[in-house]
Design a protein around this ligand. Structure first.
Ligand code: BG6
Length: 364
């Protein structure tokens, strides 16, 4: 089944362009500039009535949920946030009828997420699922949802399922947006962006040698920072999580904007910073933050867009193709998977089965 690949994680990363195509197939509605989501199980009238969106998932699924919340706020202008399902279930959550709940899970079997779904339904809330495994517990218990169509994922560290979660959130945000005030032209702009994603992922994966060299340097550190702001922050969180999970190098994600409010104290030659610097309205501020790290002699690796002139001496950069600003985080995440993979490879760890972790946590 590995079909010549050294690890499932590598195979699954490389399957991403095809998996993304499958996720988008039949769901892009050019005529109405929206997403066709037949499985949602909710009428347009009901979808329009939600005043809030609450996203629940665990681990990486929670971080993509943050990315999803941002997408929904930007495209549909509905207040949205994400919370770990594992926390939500234990705090006697208030279930509101004008909130759309979204459960995100690759396996559809994560106990904390399944419990949250149960609790929402028991209290009469509406919940949809973004799930990969067809017919899984969560898929059966939700009101409806969006299947991820990523294909089977074996490696504990999720890659293609996460990318498809990002795409599914983009489809949901577009769909909700078009039921609200998102213009036809903006809908078309997002559709164009979505269509470009599979090919753009291919190009990112081609830069493997460069990423591997950068990863070897990070592997020799005992700790690393991942920084990003707004759209880049979930990317930083997911990047730090991956590095921890499979390379066992301690990593911490911080909002770039918060760096000077504390963690800057930890910067020195031995503490590398991976800075997410998208080409958007915040580029200059992000570059200024990288400068502050450099001024304290911290090594910086930038994950940025083609065409961004960093002009920072000694800073290495991994460049990804530009898409629409709202969709960029989906692509910016891919080099962070590759970094973690190559750091773990350099350190000789069991990449597909990291110590102490399970692919899906189905018990308390
Ligand atoms: C964790 C896994 O325990 O569960 C993560 O280690 C995964 O990789 C998380 O993201 C959630 O799993 P699922 O199947 O609900 O997406």
């Amino acid at each position: 089944e590995l079909s010549g690949h050294e690890h499932y994680m590598l195979k699954e990363m490389q399957e991403q362009p095809a998996a993304a195509e499958t996720c988008l197939r039949g769901r892009l509605d050019e005529r109405f500039a929206t997403a066709r989501l037949d499985g949602l199980g909710l009428e347009p009238r009901e979808l329009r009535s939600f005043r809030r969106v609450k996203i629940l998932g665990c681990g990486s699924a929670y971080y993509v949920g943050q990315l999803g919340a941002q997408l929904i706020e930007e495209l549909a202008r509905i207040p949205a946030d994400a919370e770990p399902a594992s926390e939500f279930r234990y705090r006697q959550p208030i279930i509101e009828h004008d909130t759309l709940y979204v459960a995100v899970s690759q396996s559809g079997e994560t106990a904390d997420t399944a419990f949250a779904v149960n609790e929402i339904r028991r209290k009469g809330g509406r919940v949809i699922g973004l799930v990969n495994v067809v017919g899984s517990t969560i898929a059966r218990e939700v009101d409806g949802g969006i299947y991820l169509h990523a294909g089977p994922e074996v490696a504990v560290a999720s890659t293609k399922a996460l990318t498809n979660m990002g795409l599914a959130f983009a489809l949901l945000a577009l769909h909700l947006g078009r039921l609200h005030d998102l213009s036809h032209a903006d809908g078309q702009r997002i559709l164009r962006g979505l269509k470009a994603i599979p090919e753009q992922i291919r190009r990112i994966l081609d830069a493997e040698d460069q990423v591997a060299a950068a990863a070897r340097r990070i592997a020799s550190a005992s700790s690393a920072f991942y920084i990003g702001r707004v759209r880049g922050f979930p990317v930083a969180r997911e990047g730090a999580q991956k590095l921890k999970e499979i390379s066992y190098v301690h990593a911490e994600a911080y909002q770039t904007s918060e760096l000077k409010h504390g963690p800057l104290a930890l910067i020195d030659e031995a503490m590398p910073t991976i800075a997410i610097i998208p080409d958007d309205e915040l580029t200059e501020r992000n570059i200024a933050a990288a400068e502050q790290v450099l001024a304290r002699r911290g090594p910086v690796l930038a994950i940025t867009h083609e065409g961004v002139e960093l002009d920072l001496p000694g800073v290495e950069s991994i460049q990804v193709p530009k898409n629409e600003p709202e969709l960029d985080p989906i692509l910016l995440t891919i080099p962070t998977q590759m970094l973690a993979y190559h750091a773990a490879l350099a350190l000789g760890h069991d990449i597909d089965k990291p110590r102490n972790l399970a692919k899906s946590v189905t018990v308390e």
